[in-house]
Design a protein around this ligand. Structure first.
Ligand code: APR
Length: 311
């Protein structure tokens, strides 16, 4: 039986569970949470949409980790979202406690699974999940780059008045202030981004992309983004389970590529049944490469903070 577990039945988790179920590529999506009744009620609601949407995957809501046993992929969304004015890093301690506890329980029942982490601060929670799980680095990754790239693409389409599906955009680095939007890799209907937007317009979009999550948090006043984030998480699950070998920007363990060592960082990675099967080294400009290396340094500094916590 093919099975995906989503831990956390909040906004991000429930939308991810619904999106993965609708792909109809697994037998079961298990959704678990500490709140009793929440995953069960949402699962029932999702299952009742199956006759309309025409898919078979069953969503199982539970508070018991036994039901997660033998999952092929586990998406960890449990944790607090930001409030207006907070940075993702403000969530470090509270979410580290949750992610540690969740990872331990998942590993008890699915020792060979692949973990996709989305809880913030993203690169740090991905690091923690790998350390706690003891899984090979290739089997633990984080979702951020697909979302940030999608935000970048959306902003380009609006600014340049072009079809969003004609825009290819890429962001690398951290899911935070040292995010590295990569204009040199962006294309609009095959043309370089610099052919359709001025340097000032590109810079404006780069800044808006870096603050893309905070912009939504400020508007919502409570909670953070989950429509586009869950699209990205579900797409990663699909790439892994369907062994598509797609190259997607994800938080992956970098060990030498781009001259960067031993850190989880947003890089282009080939995803397949083995998890992260290869880190792809793109031809970046000197300033983009420099920014990526700075992002690695910034993530590593906060990993030291993470390791100093008593969890
Ligand atoms: N085990 C399981 N679930 C937990 C645990 C735990 N130990 N602790 C908290 N949860 C659940 C909560 O009960 C809640 O249902 O995690 C869920 C979080 O849902 P939301 O508050 O709606 O937050 P969401 O928007 O889903 O964001 C989750 O993703 O994007 C990141 O920054 C965001 O870290 C946050 C995470």
């Amino acid at each position: 039986m093919r099975k995906v577990t989503v831990v956390g039945a909040g906004k991000y988790g429930s939308m991810t569970a619904a999106r993965v179920a609708a792909l109809d590529i697994v037998d079961e999506v298990v959704m678990t949470d500490i709140v009793e009744g929440l995953p069960q009620g949402l699962a029932l609601d999702m299952n009742e949409s199956r006759p309309i949407e025409k898919y078979r995957t069953l969503v199982v809501g539970t508070n018991d980790y036994k039901d997660t046993a033998d999952s092929d992929v586990v998406v960890i969304t449990a944790g607090l979202p930001r409030k207006p004015g907070m940075s993702r890093m403000d969530l470090l301690e509270v979410n580290a406690k949750i992610v540690k506890q969740v990872t331990e329980q998942i590993m008890e029942y699915s020792p060979d699974t692949i973990l996709v982490v989305v809880t913030n601060p993203l690169d740090h929670m991905t690091t923690l999940a790998q350390e706690v799980s003891g899984l090979p680095h290739s089997k633990v990754m984080g979702q951020a780059g697909m979302l940030d790239s999608a935000r970048f693409a959306h902003f380009v389409s609006e600014k340049a008045h072009v079809d969003v599906l004609d825009v290819e955009a890429l962001t690398l680095g951290s899911h935070g202030p040292t995010m590295v939007p990569v204009p040199s890799q962006c294309r609009v209907a095959g043309k370089p981004l610099s052919d359709v937007l001025s340097p000032e317009e590109i810079e404006e979009i780069v800044e808006r992309t870096r603050g893309g999550g905070a912009e939504i948090v400020a508007l919502l006043k409570t909670g953070s983004a989950y429509f586009a984030p869950s699209s990205a998480a579900a797409h990663m699950v699909n790439a892994i389970l369907q062994d598509t070998k797609e190259v997607l920007p994800v938080s992956a363990w970098v060990s030498g590529e781009y001259g960067i060592t031993d850190v989880y960082l947003g890089v282009p990675a080939k995803l397949g049944r083995g998890g992260v099967e290869q880190i792809v080294e793109l031809d970046l400009t000197d300033s983009e490469l420099e920014a990526l290396r700075e992002a690695a340094v910034a993530v590593k500094a906060k990993i030291d903070d993470l390791h100093s916590l008593t969890l």
